[in-house]
Design a protein around this ligand. Structure first.
Ligand code: OGA
Ligand code: NI
Length: 357
């Protein structure tokens, strides 16, 4: 084959990952048969019969952020669903629209222009990285139906290394979204009797941040692929912008049902990640979620992952344990958790078992 053609029997990991054609590259070649390496095992697919249209997550209006009722709804949603949407959060709609347009521009570039952002290893500290999740618990190499790029948003990261198609839009977005993330964390911590994010807590709660962009190309057979397999985020919290395509599902309160996170124009979805479940000693839920792909539309999403710094020690807050409550989790170095998480890519809720007592 020439470098720009793809036959179904060729090395798909080389084509998609190393040469940076991406999943989009497969779709552009009008592939009608899904390559084996993109077919998810049944246990990682979304079982449509479990989609529950009766249950939905709350949409919280942040116009009066520090109103006690608003604070309470945030804390309750984090405890009950581990997920909620926010509106009137203060980020101008143009900033979100620009972010979406930038993602389209980037992922629609020819592979030759994207390949420089691909690295061999997923590491925590990169300023920019295009990556694919092809690793699973049993080391099966099944690719998710998405192309992703990560922008490291930390002081040591150099935004000049970000793609010119996304740089200014991500910089602008992070100016708005970082203080919003901090305010949300403050409210969530208040619900745990931890009263402020001072200098000692800042590295633990928001020591590393990155903004990813995901491009989920349309898929000729969405029932056997997944945009993102069921997983929990390894973050403290994740703030997610999504376009109006839909496809994000989270676990409902019945345990095996899935609820759709309906796209709302201008809203962000917020979910609790493993770290905050650990720190809150299970008060807040790190929610399992997944993304199903559409058969005709490409979907864009942009999560901000708010994480502990790698050298922090994670574990339940002392405030959680002071009345004799038993810790559910050990205290360990965040870098050990991170290594486990990205080496194993645990599915579902398995990620938390690693640190359980
Ligand atoms: C993720 C994720 C959801 C989405 O990137 O961890 O869950 O809607 N993304 O893209
Ligand atoms: Ni996620």
């Amino acid at each position: 084959m020439t470098s720009s053609n793809f036959e179904i029997n060729d090395d798909i990991l080389d084509f998609v990952i190393k040469k940076a054609y991406g999943i989009k590259g497969l779709v552009d070649r009008s592939l009608e048969i899904i390559p084996n390496q993109c077919i998810q095992p049944k246990e990682h697919r979304l079982d449509k019969s479990q989609i529950d249209n009766q249950e939905s997550i709350p949409t919280i209006d942040l116009s009066n952020f520090y109103d006690l009722n608003v604070e309470k709804s945030i804390q309750e949603a984090a405890a009950k669903w581990g997920c909620f949407q926010i509106i009137n959060h203060g980020i101008p709609i143009e900033v979100l629209e620009d972010l979406k347009d930038a993602a389209h521009k980037f992922f629609e570039l020819p592979a030759e222009e994207k390949v420089m952002y691909c690295k061999d290893n997923y590491s925590a500290g990169e300023s920019v990285l295009m990556f694919w999740s092809a690793i699973g618990e049993k080391n099966e190499k099944v690719l998710e139906w998405r192309d992703s790029v990560k922008h490291g948003c930390n002081p040591q990261n150099d935004s000049n290394l970000w793609p010119p198609q996304t740089r200014y839009q991500v910089l602008e977005y992070q100016k708005w979204v970082k203080p919003l993330a901090k305010k949300l964390l403050e409210v969530l911590l208040k619900g745990l009797n931890v009263n402020e994010i001072d200098e000692s807590l800042e590295p633990l709660l928001m020591g590393t941040m990155n903004i990813n962009m995901n491009y989920y190309p349309p898929c000729p057979n969405p029932s056997i692929t997944m945009g993102a397999r069921p997983h929990c985020d390894g973050s403290c919290i994740t703030l997610l912008f999504q376009d109006d395509t839909g496809g994000l599902y989270i676990r409902g309160t019945k345990g095996d049902n899935w609820i759709h996170v309906n796209p709302i124009k201008g809203a962000l979805a917020v979910n609790i990640g493993d770290l905050l479940q650990i720190m809150s000693n299970d008060r807040y839920k790190s929610i399992e979620h997944c993304v199903a792909v559409d058969s005709s539309r490409a979907r864009i999403s942009a999560p901000l992952f708010v994480n502990a710094s790698l050298d922090s020690v994670i574990g339940p807050f002392p405030q959680m344990l002071k009345d004799g409550e038993k810790p559910v989790y050990k205290h360990i170095l965040h870098s050990d958790y991170w290594d486990y998480f990205y080496r194993k890519r645990p599915s579902g809720k398995a990620s938390l078992d690693f640190i359980k007592i």
